[in-house]
Design a protein around this ligand. Structure first.
Ligand code: FAD
Ligand code: DLZ
Ligand code: SF4
Length: 508
C-alpha cells in the first residue's frame, strides 16, 4: 500500500527528511496550493507567486526523478482549501491511511497536522544544523541564551572558518571592522533577476486574479523559482557583493535597495538552497583570497548563527510566543505601514521598497520599521502579522523570533539583551534618508523635530522601571537625567502630541 508524503511550500528540497524516508516506487507525494496557507495573513503577492511557482517546478522535478506527485493547483475545482483537507482527499483517492510529513515551521500547522484523522508520522526537519534536542541541550541551565556562544558551537560543529580547534584568523567575530556608514557608490548591481518563464507567467496571472488586492506589487517579478536559478543568484552575490558585505551590512541608501546584501533568504527558507552550500561557497571565496575574513565571517554568522539560533528559540518557547507583549504595547499599527502617506523619509522608503520588492534588508527591518513600532508602542502581535505578511522570506519560525524577540522586545529579553531603539541620529549616520526628509534629524523638540528623537526619550521614560538597571542602558538614562526638567517635559509632551496626531490619522 502506498503512503502519502506531504511536501509543503517551504520544503522544496530533494534532501527533505520526508522524501528520504519514502519509497519512490510506491508512495505518493502530496503538494497543494491552498487557500488556508495563502491567507493566514495577507501575504505579499510576490511571496505567494514565488511559492506557487517554486512548488510547481519542484513537483515537475520530482516527477522527472520518478516520483508520483499528486499536485493540487489553487483553482482545481476539487481543492478543499487546506493542507489537512487535501491530505484527507488524497488518502481517499489512493486508499492510503499513512502520511509522512516533515515538521512544518509553524505551530499552527504542526497542530493542524496532528489533528488529521490519519496515521501521521512527523519527522524532524533536518535541513537545519541544530536539531531541537541539540538546541535544548545547549540552552539548558543557561541564564542567558546569547547567540554568540551558540554560534561558536555551530562553527565547531561544521568546521566552517576553523583552524583546528581555533577560529580562523584568530577571532570568532570581526564585527568591529563592519558597520561602516553608507558608501557614496555601490559597485554591486543587485541580485540576479530572472525573466518569468511560462510556468511563472501562469502563476502570476493566478495570483493577480486571486490576490491582486493584497498589499504589494506583483510585477515586475524577478525572483528565482528553482534550484538552479537560486544557485546562480548565490554565485553572483559571492562574486560581486560578498567582499563588501561586512563593511556595509548596516548601511541604507535612498538610491540602492540591496547594497551588498545576498537577497537569498527566501530561497534558503523555501528549500531551494542549503545552509552548507551557501556557507561553503562563502568559505571557498575567503580561502581563495577573494573575500576578507570580516565579510566571510559576518555572513556565515548570520546563517549558522542567527538563523539557527532564532529557530531554536521559536521551538523552545512554544506556541504562545507570538502572543507575548512584555512591554504591554497596545497602539494599532498605523496605516503608513500599508503604504499610507508619511513625512518620515526613512519609513516611506522602507515601506515603498517592501511594497515593490517584498524585501528589505536587516537594518531597515530592525532600525527603521521595527525601531519605529517599538518606540511608538505598537501592539507586537500586529507588528508580527505585518512582517509575516510583507516579506517573501517570512515563515513564522524565523519571522516571529526576529520580530517579537529581537525587534519588539516583547519576549522580555530572551533574544535581545537590550531593546533595539535609537533616535534619528543612528538612522542619519547609517543612511542618506535624513537629507531629504521633511523632518529635521538635528531638531530635538518643537516644529519639524524628527519623531524618532521625540519617541526615543518617550520610550525610555515610560519603561524606566524595566530598563534603568540594564547595564547597557545606564548611559542613556544619565543623558536624559542631565537634561533640564523643562526640556524633558517639552520632549515628552511633543512626543505625546505627535503620537496623538498619528492616532488621529493625520499625515505624520
Ligand atoms: P543578508 O543580509 O545577505 O544575510 C544573509 C543571510 O543570513 C540571509 O539570507 C538569512 O538567511 C540569514 N540571516 C541574516 N540575519 C538573520 C536573522 N536575524 N535571522 C535569521 N536569518 C538571518 N529573515 C527571514 O529569513 N525571514 C523573516 O521573516 C525575517 N523577518 C525579520 C523580521 C525582523 C523584524 C527583523 C529585524 C529581521 C527579520 N529577518 C528575517 C532577518 C533578516 O532581516 C533577513 O534574513 C535578511 O534581511 C534577508 O535578506 P538577505 O538574504 O539579503 O540577507
Ligand atoms: C506561505 C505559503 C503559501 C502562501 N502557500 C502555501 C501553499 O499553498 N501550500 C503550501 O504547502 N505551503 C504554502 N506556504 C508555506 C506554508 O505556509 C508553510 O509551510 C508553513 O507556514 C510552515 O512554515
Ligand atoms: Fe527618519 Fe527622522 Fe531621518 Fe526623517 S529625519 S529620515 S524621520 S530619522
Amino acid at each position: 500500500v502506498s503512503r502519502l508524503v506531504l511536501v509543503l511550500g517551504d520544503q522544496l528540497s530533494p534532501e527533505l527528511a520526508g522524501l528520504q524516508a519514502a519509497d519512490r516506487a510506491a508512495d505518493i507525494v502530496v503538494m497543494a496550493e491552498v487557500a488556508e496557507e495563502a491567507s493566514y495573513v495577507g501575504h505579499h503577492p510576490k511571496k505567494i507567486a514565488f511559492i506557487f511557482a517554486s512548488m510547481r517546478k519542484f513537483a515537475a522535478s520530482l516527477r522527472a526523478a520518478g516520483w508520483q506527485v499528486a499536485y493540487s493547483e489553487f483553482d482545481d475545482s476539487e481543492n478543499s482549501g487546506s493542507i489537512a483537507g487535501e491530505l484527507l482527499r488524497r488518502a481517499d483517492q489512493y486508499e492510503a491511511s499513512d502520511v509522512v510529513v516533515t515538521e512544518p515551521g509553524e505551530w499552527r500547522l504542526i497542530e493542524a497536522l496532528r489533528d488529521v484523522p490519519l496515521k501521521v508520522e512527523m519527522l524532524e526537519d533536518d535541513r537545519f544544523l541544530a536539531s531541537h534536542a541539540e538546541f535544548e541541550r545547549w540552552a539548558e541551565g543557561r541564564k542567558a541564551l546569547r547567540m554568540e556562544y551558540f554560534y561558536r558551537e555551530m562553527r565547531r560543529k561544521t568546521g566552517l572558518l576553523m583552524d583546528g580547534d581555533n577560529p580562523a584568523e584568530g577571532k570568532w567575530n570581526f564585527d568591529h571592522e563592519n558597520r561602516k556608514p553608507a558608501p557614496d557608490e555601490v559597485s554591486f548591481g543587485g541580485p540576479m533577476q530572472f525573466t518569468p518563464d511560462e510556468v511563472v507567467q501562469e502563476v502570476l496571472d493566478l495570483v493577480e486574479a486571486r490576490f491582486g488586492d493584497n498589499f504589494g506589487d506583483l510585477r515586475p517579478f524577478w525572483f528565482a523559482t528553482d534550484r538552479s536559478q537560486a544557485r546562480r543568484a548565490l554565485s553572483k552575490f559571492i562574486r560581486e557583493a560578498l567582499p563588501k558585505f561586512g563593511d556595509f551590512q548596516d548601511a541604507m541608501l535612498m538610491e540602492n535597495r540591496f547594497l551588498y546584501h545576498a537577497v537569498i533568504s527566501m530561497y534558503l527558507n523555501a528549500g531551494l538552497l542549503t545552509v552548507m552550500e551557501i556557507c561553503e561557497a562563502a568559505q571557498d571565496a575567503w580561502q581563495a583570497g577573494d573575500v576578507p575574513i570580516n565579510a566571510a565571517e559576518g555572513f556565515i554568522r548570520q546563517i549558522i548563527g542567527w538563523r539557527e539560533y532564532v529557530r531554536g528559540i521559536y521551538f523552545l518557547e512554544g506556541p504562545d510566543y507570538t502572543r507575548r507583549n512584555a512591554l504591554t504595547h497596545d497602539r494599532d499599527l498605523p496605516w503608513l505601514y500599508w503604504g499610507g502617506e508619511t513625512k518620515m523619509q526613512c519609513m516611506a522608503r522602507a515601506v515603498e521598497q517592501t511594497r515593490e520588492e517584498a524585501y528589505a534588508h536587516h537594518i531597515q527591518r530592525l532600525m527603521v520599521t521595527g525601531n519605529f513600532a517599538l518606540l511608538a508602542g505598537i501592539d507586537p502581535a500586529q507588528v508580527h502579522e505585518w512582517y509575516l505578511a510583507v516579506y517573501a522570506d517570512a515563515f513564522e519560525w524565523v519571522e516571529a523570533p526576529n520580530t517579537i524577540g529581537m525587534s519588539q522586545y516583547a519576549d522580555g529579553g530572551i533574544i535581545a539583551s537590550k531593546p533595539y531603539v535609537s533616535s534619528g541620529a543612528y538612522i542619519n549616520r547609517m543612511s542618506n534618508y535624513c537629507k531629504s526628509c521633511a523632518y529635521s534629524v538635528t531638531t530635538k523638540t518643537g516644529e519639524g523635530a524628527c519623531p524618532f528623537n521625540l519617541l526615543y526619550w518617550h520610550f525610555l521614560d515610560r519603561h524606566r522601571d524595566r530598563f534603568e538597571g540594564n547595564a547597557r542602558m545606564g548611559n542613556m538614562y544619565r543623558t536624559w537625567d542631565r537634561m533640564d526638567a523643562e526640556r524633558r517635559k517639552t520632549v515628552l509632551s511633543d512626543a505625546q502630541a505627535w503620537l496623538a496626531r498619528m492616532e488621529a490619522g493625520e499625515v505624520v
